[in-house]
Unconditional design. Sequence first.
Length: 478
Amino acid sequence: MGLRDSGAVPLWTVVTVTFFLVLFSQGGFEHEGSHYLIFGAGLSVLLALRVDDRAAVRSLRLVPVLLLVLMALLQIASEFWSILASGESLSAGMVTLAAVAFAPAGAALASRLGIGAVCLIISLVAIASGAVGIVSVGLELHPTSQFLDGNWRPGGPFEYPNALALVQTVALLPLARGISRAGNHAGSGRVVKVLALAWLGQAVVLIAISASVFAQLAACLILLLALWKPELSVGMDRPRAIRILPGLLCAIVVSLLAMGSFPGVGGVDQGGARVMLLVIAALSLPAGWLATGTFRPVGPAAALRIYFLAAILAVAMVGFRLLDAPDDGFLHGRGELASAAIDAAMDRPVAGTGADSFSAASFEQQQELTSRTLFAHNLVLEYWVEVGIAGLLLTIAMIASVVVACWRGRTVPEAVVLAPGALAIVLSALVDWPWHMSSVVMLLGLMLGAMSVYLPEKPQVSARKSELGHLPGPISVP
């Protein structure tokens, strides 16, 4: 069956358009974005069932997807005992359910178009959101960039630097895979390769200048994975992966100089000129580096020395940041907030106070904090406060199941390219609140659905034991 006949291309279009509509509704945080999300989710599920019903249904049987659905249903049910106004907890649960509903679409797309189609969606989301952040920093626009700790930080359409950094982190391996795949084709493939490398550099820049230590650490681990297992993670051999680093580092360094985001780094005074310089640097340096298309200007040994020097500078930058930590400490008051969340949960530990009610439920407990927050910055504690002990257990089980699913796919390249991003999303929910931007949960649903196509089936224990002679049975004597 052809791609157009199967409906795979229309499905890809619906998913991509929905992502962009939600993305530019403050990442899905605005109420308007939920309308786009719910409509797009319903349409994508119908198309996914038409494209490949077996893959779509299989995605819903994946344990983390099933647990996410149960978490959403529990939120919807909490409407009956919520302390909020009528319909608010129901709306929160519907948004979560709609975001998770992109898992069947991810499975159908991966099954019919390949994992590259899903990687392309993730890359486009990262590029679009990051471009808004870059321009906003250059022009010092608020709220799409934020002035924090004496510097402008890119927030993009999320209007939150940590959320933008998380999305860029999720896109690192899909972008790198695009460089590898496009390198096999001449002409337009060369252009795609240059642009993918250019934006990979910008993604690292956006992560570096964000306020998110979690995203910075996660990005370092993901890039180390790409160097350690390049054939498995991004489809490159190790010498080629090593040789790509100097071009990437050139884009990073010049972009930092262009934006002038750190004191003493430099930068152009006029915002417009800064943006122009950034764009020129982002596109021209990797283009020049890849002009021959052979990655031969720098050998592996020299490239490793450059990378080692960059690693030393990165460690020094993190060290200076730790020494210059704000008065509320390196954890930014997360410990006190967690304590307030536990106290709020103990008021109604069994049923909770209703989905999306953390701010109201913890009002008294947050009185002693330096500043009040809408969210617990810890999904496990927040679900305990809002939907009780069942929410606490479901959330812990969901995070553990994502870890297990990623481990199961550790030997499958199509799963490995998405697994670190899925892990980054669920683990970031333990220290931050981008989870409440539905586009982030959409990404998780899409990636888990795509991974379900490639995860190996669980072995039949009885069959294996029988083969090994571990089960008693009749013995035939010749």
